[in-house]
Design a protein around this ligand. Structure first.
Ligand SMILES: Cc1ncc(COP(=O)(O)O)c(C=O)c1O
Length: 387
């Protein structure tokens, strides 16, 4: 059951996850453990699902404030935080899938997800069928009734900004559906409002938003979160209370940051599209994006991320990244600095060359995460570097 939020997400972002102490910022509960008066108290702590006051791997009050804020923003009953986005993906898959099970997953997505599906999942005997997320019907077509436990999508996708139709995905019955919504953040889209079972984020990115936290989170109905929590205390990819604090601080300003980043990204994408040194710009806000109409339907803002294809080869790519002064070479996204990264030799390095070729992770593809600098300064930096 989802609870449709009754106010605009940026308003919810300011108030959600607050306790009734009157404090406007959350307390930092650094404690890893809590004492009890007797054995009955310890037993109660050890047997309470997702309950605080026992041991921080089970639950922590600062982390719970962050989880409550994300659940409120996604309009779900509950949320569960992890030590990273990959921690969230790995724990969710292993909480739900066993040897002999089947997963349907989007081929064009973050390479860490692919690495987990092709590595540990395969090794554990979990079969994976890949589909092209741009044709949302392919997900349902690949489902094997009774065998498929999980259907996984990422929208917009990293690094191509492909958009998956959330209504079509949410209509799939039988397996759980999961959407990695990292590139959108809860301010731009809420997949569970489209019938998707689990929304996942690398909160390391736009949610925390300041390059100072490594954090993951999933949002879903309480029963499902409780099930995944039961496995997660054994998996151990626990969110740090320090990172949860930074995550919640990021949530407070996410509205104004993402609105501005989306506006600057739109301006930069339009300008780069007209530059003779650029072959192609992938940004869902561009009218030329093949799924622009779909993105417009299901996203409030188009987000801070785009990818560009440069005319030329790896030497031109190298020159561009060396010449940029304001724009920095780094692999995360969603923070205050505009970053450029070369997927083929960094985030997607481990992807099989044939898969890279099939999914367009070419030598000339660069991902750009647009930060909070003025558009004019970013344009000048790109203009000088591309000249
Ligand atoms: C779309 C997406 N999902 C998941 C992850 C993994 O997140 P983390 O680095 O927090 O483990 C990333 C990291 O870049 C990502 O871009």
């Amino acid at each position: 059951m989802t609870n449709k939020p009754e106010q605009q997400p940026e308003t919810t972002a300011v108030t959600a996850g607050r306790d009734d102490s009157g404090a406007l910022a959350p307390a930092l509960w650094a404690s890893s453990t809590w004492d009890t008066t007797d054995l009955d108290g310890t037993h109660a702590g050890a047997t309470t699902v997702h309950g605080t006051g026992f041991y921080s791997r089970y639950a922590n009050p600062t982390v719970q404030s962050f989880e409550q804020a994300i659940a409120k923003l996604e309009g779900t009953e509950a949320a569960l935080a992890f030590g990273s986005g990959m921690g969230a993906i790995a724990a969710t898959i292993f909480a739900l899938c066993s040897t002999g099970d089947h997963i349907v997953a989007q081929r064009n997505c973050y390479a860490g997800t692919l690495g987990f599906l092709d590595g540990p999942c395969k090794r554990m005997g979990i079969d994976v069928t890949y589909v092209d997320g741009r044709n949302a019907g392919e997900f349902a077509a690949a489902v094997r009734p009774g065998k498929t436990i999980l259907v996984m999508a990422e929208t917009p996708s990293n690094p191509h900004l492909d958009v998956v139709d959330l209504d079509t995905l949410g209509a799939i019955k039988g397996p759980f559906t999961l959407v990695d919504s990292t590139m959108a953040t809860p301010l731009a889209q809420q997949p569970c409002q489209h019938g998707v079972s689990i929304t996942m984020h690398s909160a390391t990115k736009g949610i925390a938003g300041h390059n100072d936290a490594t954090l993951g989170v999933i949002a879903a109905e309480k029963e499902l979160i409780d099930t995944i929590w039961g496995y997660s205390v054994l998996h151990g990819a626990t969110a740090s209370p320090f990172d949860a604090l930074n995550g919640l601080r990021g949530v407070r300003t996410l509205g104004v940051r993402l609105r501005q980043q989306s506006e600057t990204a739109q301006q930069l994408a339009e300008w780069l599209s007209t530059h003779p040194a650029i072959k192609r710009v992938n940004y869902p806000g561009l009218a030329t994006h093949p799924q622009h109409a779909l993105a417009k339907r299901q996203m409030r803002w188009f987000g801070s991320i785009m990818s560009i294809e440069l005319c030329g080869d790896i030497n031109d790519v190298r020159q561009l990244t060396q010449r940029l002064q304001l724009v920095r070479n780094a692999v995360t996204l969603g923070g205050p600095d505009t970053l450029i990264s070369h997927s083929a030799t960094s985030t997607h390095l481990s992807v099989d060359p044939a898969v890279k070729a099939a999914t367009g992770i070419s030598e000339s593809l660069l991902r750009v995460s647009v930060g909070l600098e003025a558009f004019e300064d970013l344009r000048s930096d790109f203009a000088a570097a591309l000249a």
